[in-house]
Design a protein around this ligand. Structure first.
Ligand code: SF4
Length: 305
């Protein structure tokens, strides 16, 4: 007979304490996984948390590049990703090899990589950014001759529009945010005329143009808390709705699309979190040579962003 959720949770907490582990979960995780985490946040908040913890083990409930980022920042800790197949399709749209070729075509360009990239791609980049600090980072690169932004063309074009910087954009995109369509936002705005629409900058420009606010998931959590609006139309992966509702019981949250589900984020379950803590696997460890180069891009982000 299998474990009930209550039994699973009890076992996870017990093992977590015995292993001196911390559980970090992204805002897109399944509700029950968010609920057992020590900290839930966006990529930037999670990497900051990883850098501050004195735990020996980090159980990363998110996707592969996030676990790699934790390994880049904390080489002495064991970083576990409960399902090793939880990769980000967008991050896989650029490889270190293809990026090196592109850099040869644009030798003077400063490479800004979205945190949604492999460690090997970060190692080929000058500075990293997240959706929360991308605009700030690019603003700080005033002296850069040319900027090459990888891999998300939509986040890149959003940052370009906000900063007035022309940038070379890699043609990557998030398969999940592509499911968020402008006509769905328009329809919901008619249906809920008092609602504010918040969307993620990974959405297409036709979508961000219709939003009241374009925010990272961490930004959405803060906005929902602070706004006087009682209804929010939410254009991002629907895992965030769990946290928004939990933290703001008096407000109404309407997802733009029930189809905006990231299949890779949903690979992490209570079962594999427990298994991962029991077996201390699968471990994500970035080789030292790549780690040192990638760390420069991450450190630069933490320093200037
Ligand atoms: S939501 Fe998009 S960007 Fe985020 S992990 Fe999934 S595919 Fe990657």
């Amino acid at each position: 007979m299998g474990n009930s959720d209550a039994e699973l949770i009890e076992k996870i907490i017990d093992l977590k304490n015995r292993r001196n582990a911390i559980i970090l979960a992204h805002n897109y995780q399944l509700g029950e996984v968010q609920d057992i985490a020590d900290f839930v946040g966006d990529s930037l908040e999670l990497s900051q948390k990883a850098s501050q913890t004195d735990a020996d083990v980090i159980v990363f409930c998110g996707v592969h590049f996030m676990a790699e980022t934790a390994s880049i920042i904390c080489p002495d800790k064991v970083v576990l990703l409960p399902d090793i197949h939880a990769g980000c399709p967008m991050a896989d749209m650029v490889t270190a090899e293809r990026l090196r070729e592109k850099k040869k075509e644009h030798p003077g360009a400063t490479v800004v990589c979205y945190i949604n990239t492999t460690a090997a791609v970060k190692a080929e980049s000058d500075v990293c950014c997240t959706s929360a600090n991308g605009v700030r980072i690019v603003e700080k690169l005033a002296d850069a001759e040319q900027i090459l932004f990888v891999p998300d063309q939509y986040l890149g074009s959003y940052i370009a529009s906000k900063t007035g910087r022309e940038m070379l954009l890699w043609p990557g995109f998030c398969i999940t945010h592509m499911r968020i369509q402008p006509q769905d936002i328009s329809r919901l705005k008619m249906e809920y005329p008092q609602a504010k629409a918040v969307v993620h900058p990974e959405c297409r420009p036709e979508v961000t143009a219709l939003a009241d606010e374009v925010l990272s998931t961490g930004g959405m959590i803060r906005f929902a808390r602070e706004t006087e609006a009682e209804e929010l139309i939410v254009g991002t992966e629907i895992g965030i709705i769990h946290r928004l509702r939990k933290e703001n019981p008096g407000k109404r949250f309407i997802p733009v699309s029930e189809q905006a589900i990231c299949p890779r984020m949903k690979l992490i379950t209570l079962e594999n979190v427990l298994w991962s803590l029991q077996e201390m696997t699968p471990e994500v460890k970035v080789p030292e040579e790549i780690r040192l180069k990638a760390k420069k891009a991450v450190d630069k982000m933490l320093e200037i962003g």
